[in-house]
Design a protein around this ligand. Sequence first.
Ligand SMILES: Nc1ncnc2c1ncn2[C@@H]1O[C@H](COP(=O)(O)OP(=O)(O)OP(=O)(O)O)[C@@H](O)[C@H]1O
Ligand SMILES: [Mg+2]
Length: 245
Amino acid sequence: MADGPALLRADTVEVRHHGHAILRGVSLDARAGRVLALLGPSGAGKTSLFRVLVGEERPARGRVLFEARDVTREPLWRRARRGVGYLPQGPSVLFDLTVEENLATYAAIVGRPRRELAELAARFELGAHFGKRAGELSGGERRRLELARALCARPRVLVCDEPFSGVDPAGSERLARLLRALAIEDGVAVVLADHHVVESLAIADEVALMLDGVIEMRGTPEEFQRHPAAQGRYLGHWRETLPPA
Ligand SMILES: Nc1ncnc2c1ncn2[C@@H]1O[C@H](COP(=O)(O)OP(=O)(O)OP(=O)(O)O)[C@@H](O)[C@H]1O
Ligand SMILES: [Mg+2]
């Protein structure tokens, strides 16, 4: 498959917390029309890298480029306007507002017409919950709202931190298809981190394995499944339950 242009790129990024090196010279790029899965054990640094990519955290060293422009010092909202969408790992809805109000608030910020929100909600099976407070949603419903909100801005890059967490199996499958369609049909550069390995590998064009703050390997899902470090440090015996590479 031909490579699309690199839209968002981390270039030798370093992050430190309390004197500990969390990211140690990480380079990674998200390409238009491609799904990149960033996989690795808890604590490896996936969320830390995403926070740097979207503008929630400044790296101690290194740069972030959006379409070759240095955006390292730009805040999250400015990168969002450029087309960087973000689904954070933790809950990020406004709990006291309804589903509709949550979407409308974000739509107003990014300039999406309110009349299009019902369709967006329907796409994420949120239509029946439109008037419900976000704080009353189930975990999976809330995740769908957070993703719908991230898509309000029609992002060109979508950074998804554990999109499948809390979503039931059939819902995860639908969500995986939707993320794949965003890349294939809309040309979005999708980057995701998730421990739902089956769903992630099924839709990924490429996989990067992160261990201890470095990218240990990058390759096809098949190369990932065969890689000794992926098998030993991350998958453990679960590798035997994966569909054959
Ligand atoms: N603000 C912070 N202060 C101190 N340590 C931090 C901070 N943010 C992250 N860390 C540490 O950095 C390391 C990487 O965390 P990170 O959240 O990036 O991991 P992760 O790969 O996303 O893990 P998971 O799969 O569990 O989500 C962890 O050891 C974490 O404790
Ligand atoms: Mg994380």
